[in-house]
Ligand binder design. Structure first.
Ligand SMILES: [Zn+2]
Length: 607
């Protein structure tokens, strides 16, 4: 699905006139398109030290009663209630007379008597780092616009104009939004607007052309912490490999936006025409391949999830959870595609790919919940991920982890069913042609199955029933045999203290889980107890490492405050549990057919 700004001429016109009387602007809006008047935002970076942004929304003429909604979620599949950061909201008419503002719920405000247009002002606190958040400080601003911009409920699909004011001297603005000669920015609707991250600061910049498109690279980091030439070279390889694999390039320009902070950070956020990625500077120095890995994933998202999009995520409802069973595909298989992109571009070698694959299988098999929670259910439950209890291995699997593995075995299943004539590449291309390019959304797992069956000319109901909707054990070696590989599992005993601690946001440590039948349980340890000391050491940052250093048979002394409020010292002997390590090895006597299939598989191509 390609969205272009069809109204840029009109937006430019509006912007040119905006310095004149507001009423003239509104007249022009209506003159150009009576059904859609632009909503106009001014974002003022007045107080970087206080992390305060002021937003002014200019509402065009329209109904007397307007509702303004601030999203409760965006970027992460988590309810984050951005309204918690709003300090106050005020409104006035175009003559400057106050208009009544009435809060309808925690994230929605109603403005009355606004038939002649209105001006809404609010102040919002933004101090969260990372590609999913909004941040303003004396160093820079990074804005996830959905976190700071309310939308008029009756004009969400209308065109939007944004300008930034009170920008500290020397700072520049970088965003994939279309800019006007006046330095303002436009989008054809709110969804497109908030799909566009904004960096404002003294960033470093580079650009290149590849696959017929223009790419800008924006980096906010200490200059000694990265090598722009090396980053550009990596990005060119990723772009070339991904566009050739998809045989498509649904954009003319694209922006890579990086932060390499010294502190703990990580993550990437996909957008239709850009990606924003944070990577710890030490990690980047130690393993430069981490940049290729996260970038390949986020870049491929420009197809999978941004354009090849599950029906259940559309239209986006910013007021509540949007449930989808398709994240195993939209996230997990994006990682599978990222693996292929890195293999095709030579950024990852076969051996490392197989090591990572085996380790991913170990991660899934190591969670008891892989037998109780399906990939679809894990997708649906994404909204629970913020809760520590949900993260327990008995409760949940990761749709990233299982989805990536499903992408691998679906690729192998399609190859087998089509005698090597089709692969995951054809599945993605089919979905791109039949959904994305037609402006349609796909019906979650059913849509993936439809594509896989169409390109392999076979019935794959069994695959989707057992492994996508179901929780049957994946018979790995049945799949890997066709490429001459087998999975080996080795088990060994490791020390186990019998409980899982969890650190709370206030720094305290509580018991999140106690192994049933363990010595810890017999000693009296219970879920919810607060851990004060382990072996006479206060539970500082290193306590997880201290626990990892225990040996089978050691005595562990844990001072706790139980849920009754009493401080108690518990003692028990450290037990053990079985852990497995997985490895992929060549089959003995690999056939020529298996070798051919393996070579095609590692290139991501049909035979
Ligand atoms: Zn992703």
């Amino acid at each position: 699905m390609r969205r272009r700004i069809a109204t840029s001429g009109r937006v430019r016109q509006i912007l040119r006139e905006r310095s004149a009387a507001v009423s003239t602007v509104l007249f022009l809006c209506f003159a150009f398109n009576p059904s859609y008047a632009a909503t106009s935002y001014t974002i003022s970076l007045a107080s970087p030290e206080q992390h305060l942004i002021k937003v002014q929304i200019l509402l065009p003429e329209g109904p007397a009663q307007r509702e303004l909604q601030l999203p409760v979620w965006n970027a992460l599949y988590q309810i984050r209630d951005f309204a918690q950061y709003v300090n106050w909201v005020r409104a006035k008419d175009l003559a400057g007379h106050a208009l009544p503002v009435h809060a309808l719920d925690k994230s929605r405000w109603q403005i009355a008597n606004a038939q002649g247009g209105g001006v809404v002002d609010y102040q919002i606190f933004v101090d969260s780092a990372g590609p999913f958040n909004a941040e303003l400080n004396s160093h820079h601003a990074f804005l996830n616009l959905a976190q700071i911009l309310m939308y008029p409920v009756d004009a969400r699909n209308g065109s939007m104009v944004v300008r930034f004011s009170q920008i500290p001297s020397g700072w520049r603005v970088a965003t994939p939004l279309t800019s006007t000669p006046d330095g303002e920015f436009g989008a054809e609707n709110y969804d497109r607007l908030v799909d566009s991250p904004v960096e404002i600061g003294m960033f470093k910049e580079s650009d290149f052309d590849e696959a017929g498109a223009h790419f800008r690279v924006i980096v906010d980091a200490e200059s000694g912490d990265f090598d722009m030439k090396q980053i550009d070279a990596t990005l060119q390889k990723i772009v070339a490999a991904a566009t050739s694999w998809m045989n498509d390039r649904p954009f003319d320009r694209y922006m890579f936006l990086y932060h390499f902070p010294r502190g703990p950070s990580g993550g990437g956020m996909e957008h239709a025409y850009s990606t924003a990625i944070a990577l710890n500077a030490d990690l980047l120095a130690k393993s430069p391949e981490s940049l290729a890995s996260v970038t390949s994933h986020e870049f491929f998202h420009l197809w999978n999830v941004k354009r090849i999009r599950p029906q259940t995520l559309e239209p986006v409802d910013y007021t509540k959870e949007n449930y989808t069973r398709a994240l195993w595909f939209s996230e997990g298989c994006t990682s599978t595609a990222a693996d292929i992109i890195q293999l095709r571009s030579g950024l990852v070698e076969e051996r490392r790919f197989e090591l990572q694959l085996a380790s991913g299988i170990g991660e899934l098999e190591g969670r008891p919940a892989h037998l109780t929670q399906s990939a679809e259910e894990s997708s649906l439950d994404a909204w629970l991920e913020g809760h520590a209890s949900y993260q327990r291995a008995e409760r949940s699997i990761s749709y990233y982890n299982k989805g990536e593995l499903l992408g691998i075995v679906l690729d192998l299943a399609v190859r087998e069913a089509s005698h090597g004539h089709a692969s995951l590449r054809e599945v993605f291309q089919w979905m791109n042609q039949n959904y994305a390019k037609q402006g349609k959304f796909f019906p979650d797992s059913e849509g993936v199955r439809e594509a896989a069956e169409a390109v392999s000319h076979s019935d794959l109901k069994w695959f989707f029933e057992k492994y996508v909707a179901g929780t049957e054990e994946i018979p790995w070696n049945d799949f890997f045999r066709s490429v001459g590989l087998r999975l080996i599992r080795q088990t060994y005993q490791v020390a186990d203290a019998g409980f899982v601690p969890s650190r709370n946001s206030d720094g305290s440590v509580t018991v999140a889980a106690v192994t049933a039948g363990s010595a810890a349980e017999r000693a009296g340890l219970r879920v919810g107890d607060t851990v004060l000391e382990i072996n006479s050491n206060a539970t500082k940052r290193e306590f997880v490492r201290d626990l990892a250093g225990l040996h089978v048979g050691d005595t562990i002394t844990v001072k706790i405050r139980n849920r009754g409020g009493a401080e108690v010292e518990l003692k028990w002997k450290v037990g053990s549990r079985e852990e497995s390590v997985y490895e992929l090895k060549d089959l003995e006597n690999i056939t020529a057919e298996q070798r051919t299939r393996r070579a095609a598989w590692l290139k991501g191509e049909a035979e």
